[in-house]
Design a protein around this ligand. Structure first.
Ligand code: MLC
Ligand code: AMP
Length: 520
């Protein structure tokens, strides 16, 4: 139970009827001319710009006839305007659906069919393709927004004045739909409510001690939980500034860190920074907090980082369906190899196959309960029900143990998932594309340790008798046409047969052992 003095709980009760945007709005700085986003080069956009631009987007989208609960699919590059569009959707009660710009046509078709958005915002270069996809779908409204803030959406919004009455929503109204795959290989939309998001934002803001003058250096993409919610929501609740970089780039990070106090990254960010001798104590002289998540941070990386900078990375753990669940402490010991203790308002338990809680230091399945946990999978009530226990815990599919002090370590995954550079890849999805390539009899996709991405995707293929001309390059080229580049296997191996158990199931553990030493 949440203790009565918990400030997160108190604030939650007070804002229970509010739109997430209103929670941010309450925390804006007194002067709306204060900077919200600094862009490389030193220019900045203020909180007033945020208020005005989000109002324009909200007015325009509702003017198209979109109603609260309608989806707005957004597949664009990172920019300040992308963030304003997200906030505009919140203000209008529209469901924001962010999509990785790397997704290809077949992937986009799936999302459009499943989510049935009322509008799509894409890059100008994708307009023609999107109009083509719209021809066979009930999709009327397609606009563009590019990395430089220009596009048909910007033009259409220009004449609109910057005032909008943020709409009232219920706490469990859906704010965002983010696709994630689970074990079935087909992406499912995780429905995140206004209450899910504000509960988690308040918990993180408090746990990480956000304070006046904090500046976040933002290098994550804006289409996932980490870059959009964990990072931006903390800044919005703090009413301070972030430096928004278009993407992660070591040299830019090193030159920008002296202007920042907080940085958030996936482990790949840290291994890449450590690989540059220019990164060290001097670079980090104003930094008070580095956090890591989305994938396991190696103890070796934690140790090297401390030796180089004198600072300890704070590792936390979360997922799309739940937001953040645990965190190492701001004050007190940060234990490498652990993801810390549950955040305020989050219950975490580790259970055995019979769903009985296990003893300390025993590995089991990690389950989570709290107001941060999502509403369910979009239009999949049965799948949603399967993923929750009778007493309301969500089955994360992660394997973990908890020590006597309550620190959780993620030790593996029950779900068949590869995390490469912080991006999730579902082997089944890749196998389904591989199996359609001419000459492929069957395939197995696994993750192997990789020095840069943590894990890398590789494919093991059995050719058909007539498929002997099939090559590694041929397979990779075929896949690049079909799916996002980060999902394409880095290497392909051809074998006469796949190892199977007596039930006929491919023994991926044997394959993982056999190919574990590929480290390039
Ligand atoms: C890019 N590529 C990848 C990749 N990212 N391959 C495998 N894994 C990845 N993560 C490939 C591209 O397809 C391309 O291949 C080549 O690398 C160069 O592309 P790039 O875009 O220039 O790459 P780079 O900028 O180096 O990107 C790497 C990265 C990026 C690590 C900086 O992937 C990244 O920002 N990752 C963070 C993802 C993230 O935010 N995850 C949070 C999810 S939320 P080719 O062959 O086409 O040249 C979540 C919940 C939680 O998990 O707990 O936070
Ligand atoms: P996603 O579906 O993209 O939200 O990814 C969530 C998954 O990422 C979790 O279920 C974990 O498997 C993994 N994950 C996130 N943070 C960590 C972490 N700090 N350590 C280990 N795994 C993590």
């Amino acid at each position: 139970m949440t203790p009565p003095h918990d400030p997160v709980k108190k604030t939650r009760v007070r804002i229970v009827k509010a739109n997430l945007y209103n929670l941010f709005r309450e925390r804006f700085p007194e002067s709306l001319t204060d900077a919200f986003i600094e862009i490389p080069g030193g220019d900045y956009l203020s909180y007033g710009d945020l208020e005005r631009e989000s109002a324009r987007y909200a007015t325009f989208l509702t003017g198209l006839g979109l109603k609260p609960g309608d989806r707005v699919a957004v597949q664009i590059e990172k920019s300040p305007q992308a963030l304003f569009l997200y906030l505009g959707c919140l203000r209008a009660g529209l469901i924001y659906l962010p999509l990785n710009p790397a997704y290809r046509r077949a992937e986009m078709e799936y999302y459009l069919d499943d989510a049935e958005p009322g509008a799509v915002i894409c890059r100008s270069s994708d307009l023609d393709g999107m109009h083509e996809l719209a021809r066979t779908r009930a999709l009327q409204h397609i606009y563009s927004l590019d990395a430089n803030g220009q596009g048909s959406l910007t033009e259409a919004c220009q004449p609109i004045d910057g005032k909008y009455n943020t709409c009232e929503v219920a706490p469990d109204d859906i704010a965002v739909l983010i696709y994630t795959s689970g074990t079935t290989g087909r992406p499912k939309g995780a429905m995140l409510t206004h209450a899910n998001l504000y509960t988690n934002a308040l918990a993180l803001h408090q746990a990480w001690g956000w304070r006046a003058g904090d500046v976040l250096l933002h290098a994550l993409p804006l289409f996932h939980v980490h870059g959009l919610f964990v990072a931006c929501h903390c800044v919005l609740l703090n009413g301070t500034k972030m430096i928004l970089l278009p993407k992660f780039d070591v040299a830019t990070i090193i030159s920008s860190l002296p202007k920042a106090t907080v940085f958030m990254g996936v482990p790949t960010f840290y291994t890449r920074l450590l690989a540059d001798p220019a990164f060290g104590r001097e670079t980090c002289r104003h930094m008070r907090l580095f956090t890591s998540g989305s994938a396991p941070l190696l103890v070796q990386t934690f140790d090297e980082f401390r030796a180089r900078t004198g600072l300890e990375i704070l590792e936390r753990y979360g997922m799309t369906e739940t937001g953040m669940n645990t965190s190492n402490p701001l004050e007190g010991p940060r234990r490498p190899g652990t993801v810390g203790t549950p955040l305020p308002g989050v219950s975490v338990r580790i259970v055995d196959e019979r769903e009985a809680e296990v003893q300390a230091d025993t590995v089991g399945q990690l389950q989570v309960k709290g107001d941060n946990v999502f509403k369910g999978y979009w239009r999949l009530p049965e799948k949603t029900a399967e993923e929750f226990t009778a007493d309301g815990y969500f089955r994360t599919g992660d394997l973990a143990r908890k020590d006597n002090d309550g620190y959780v370590s993620i030790v593996g995954r029950a779900k068949d998932l590869i995390i490469s550079g912080g991006l999730n890849i579902y082997p089944k999805e890749i196998e389904s594309y591989l199996d359609k390539i001419d000459g492929v009899l069957e395939s197995a996709v696994i993750g192997v340790p990789h020095p840069d991405f943590g894990e890398a995707v590789i494919a093991i293929i059995v050719r058909k008798p007539e498929g002997t001309s099939l090559t590694e390059d041929g397979v990779i080229a075929a896949l690049k046409n079909l799916i996002a580049g980060f999902k394409v296997p880095k290497q392909v191996f051809f074998v006469p047969g796949l190892p199977r158990n007596t039930m006929g199931k491919v023994q991926k553990n044997l394959l993982r052992d056999r190919y574990a030493d590929l480290s390039s």
